[in-house]
Design a protein around this ligand. Sequence first.
Ligand SMILES: Nc1ncnc2c1ncn2[C@@H]1O[C@H](COP(=O)(O)OP(=O)(O)OP(=O)(O)O)[C@@H](O)[C@H]1O
Ligand SMILES: [Mg+2]
Length: 227
Amino acid sequence: MLTLEAVSADIAGIQVLHGITTTFEQGATIAIVGRNGAGKTTLLRLIMGFIPRHGGRVSLEGRDLSVVPARTRASLGIGYAPEDRGMFPTFTVEENLRFPCEVIGMARPAVDGRLAETLSIVPELEPMLGRSGAALSGGQGKMAALGRAIMAGSRMVLLDEPFQGLAPVLAQQYSQSLQRLHAARPQLCVVITESNRGLLKDIPTRTLALERGEVKPDPGEGASRRI
Ligand SMILES: Nc1ncnc2c1ncn2[C@@H]1O[C@H](COP(=O)(O)OP(=O)(O)OP(=O)(O)O)[C@@H](O)[C@H]1O
Ligand SMILES: [Mg+2]
């Protein structure tokens, strides 16, 4: 579905990603594991169009994404939960959730429908809806960022280190939400980065190892398939 072919990227003049080639398939849950600084966040930001690629090609169902500006990528159905959560502090949680759908001009009843589905997948968000985006704890912010990614991501959801720093009970709730998400949208592709692969347990169906900006054969045990 989403294909990267020999994609590289620079940040501040330093090459961070080196010739990444991989495909993210429909219905898969793909883990990108790698140490701090390996380039995981950079790879997700590149897919979102927040940083330019340097050579190579990124395509979604054959369509070259370099011609699609970042602000309209939400209309492609790619949702993103950044590592720092990125909640607007002056919006309520509900406004934060609705925002990516409103930006792309989705009609109100459709957004209402998405919100109802999202709340059925992440029920912990219901009591938070009226709260300010600034009033959430770190863990609550991660749940809200997941919800917002689900709102926007009808095809694909990119989650940057969702389990990092989550208390065990919240991590369990987060995993259950991912299971409900898969049940509700079996065709959805979910990409999860993690520097601590142990936190992912058996969630991924495939694991991709990133080392200093390059894809390496996955050395981990328990990953179902190797690249
Ligand atoms: N704004 C920036 N300016 C300069 N260098 C950067 C910037 N952001 C990232 N880098 C560098 O790019 C490389 C990849 O960083 P990236 O954040 O993608 O790694 P990561 O795998 O997500 O790490 P982490 O596990 O710490 O989140 C690192 O060497 C980092 O120092
Ligand atoms: Mg990162």
